[in-house]
Design a binder for this molecule. Structure first.
Ligand SMILES: NC(=O)C1=CN([C@@H]2O[C@H](COP(=O)(O)OP(=O)(O)OC[C@H]3O[C@@H](n4cnc5c(N)ncnc54)[C@H](OP(=O)(O)O)[C@@H]3O)[C@@H](O)[C@H]2O)C=CC1
Ligand SMILES: O=C(O)C1=N[C@H](C(=O)O)C[C@H](O)C1
Length: 250
């Protein structure tokens, strides 16, 4: 496939390596400094676009891909409040988009088991639940997209939690969770060194706690998943989440 990469930072560079190893060609790499090369004419040359840029640029980039009529795989996080309008725009005008807060196989298994666990724990209301995420210091958004997906999986399957709230805690601070209501699910975010991404769901009672944790050792799993998603979606029409690609519910 001919792939255009929108965003050529930590993820873009690993995606380039994995896509090239899988015999794809990366013919366009866009970062902040050459963003004037992101033209409809250039985009039309792509079989598929892979987008890992920034929360501030992703919406314009998706719009340009829609205008060029090229399928787009979106890994960028921090824009999910626009999901409903974007889904409508994509479906109404016959475009193709697949997005994921996290493309790694391990995290997608984690998402699936998280929902099953939440359903089970719903029978034991004396456990309170919270989500923790740790990422590198350069991360622009909080909470992480992955933590939002985890929280939504818990809220869908739990009677006691109605919405999530985020607290960004600096190293050494104590979490100020006094203002969090019982029906709110706390997502606590930490930014430490160069951590690629660690997510933990904690069920806590007076007598014990249960911790369910995913630790990314590096970014290769995210990047491979994004290339697999590009291969999967290139000849499809519609609006997809990565859950449809993995389909663990089968
Ligand atoms: N879904 C998933 O599995 C994963 C998602 N992510 C998400 O992917 C995104 C990127 O992560 P990461 O690679 O670590 O971030 P980086 O900051 O390393 O890279 C961001 C890239 O976007 C570029 N950029 C800035 N403005 C534009 C623009 N207008 N158009 C195109 N590119 C632009 C930057 O260019 P320059 O360097 O010139 O400023 C840089 O190359 C984040 O939102 C992150 O949360 C990350 C890992 C996994
Ligand atoms: O910014 C990152 O690095 C990551 N972002 C994604 C997220 O927000 O969940 C996925 C992964 O955790 C790494």
């Amino acid at each position: 496939m001919n792939i255009a990469l929108l965003g050529y930072g930590k993820m873009g560079k690993i995606i380039e390596k994995i896509a090239t190893d899988r015999k794809h060609e990366i013919f366009l790499k866009i970062d902040f400094y050459n963003r004037q090369d992101l033209t409809i004419e250039n985009l039309k040359k792509a079989d598929v676009v892979i987008e890992f840029s920034t929360p501030g640029s992703v919406l314009d980039n998706i719009q340009k891909c829609f205008e060029a009529g090229v399928p787009i795989v979106v890994g960028t996080t921090g824009w999910y409040e626009h999901l409903p309008e974007l889904k409508k725009k994509c479906l109404d005008s016959g475009h193709t988009m697949l997005y994921a807060s996290n493309f790694s196989v391990g995290v997608n298994i984690f998402f699936h088991v998280n929902k099953v666990l939440a359903k089970l724990m719903n029978n034991y209301p004396y456990y309170d639940v919270q989500v923790e995420e740790i990422h590198h210091m350069q991360k622009l958004d909080s909470p992480s997209g992955t933590a939002i997906t985890i929280a939504e999986g818990i809220i869908e399957n739990t009677d006691s939690k109605k919405e999530w709230v985020n607290v960004l805690t600096s190293e050494g601070d104590d979490t100020n969770d006094e203002n969090i209501k019982n029906d709110q699910l706390l997502i606590e975010s930490f930014r430490i060194d160069s951590v690629p991404g660690t997510h933990t769901v904690i069920y806590d009672s007076e007598v014990d706690s249960i911790e369910f944790k995913h630790t990314a050792h590096n970014r290769n799993g995210f990047a491979l998943g994004a290339v697999l998603a590009a291969e999967w979606v290139q000849n499809k029409k519609g609006f997809f989440s990565v859950e449809e690609m993995f389909d663990f519910g089968k």
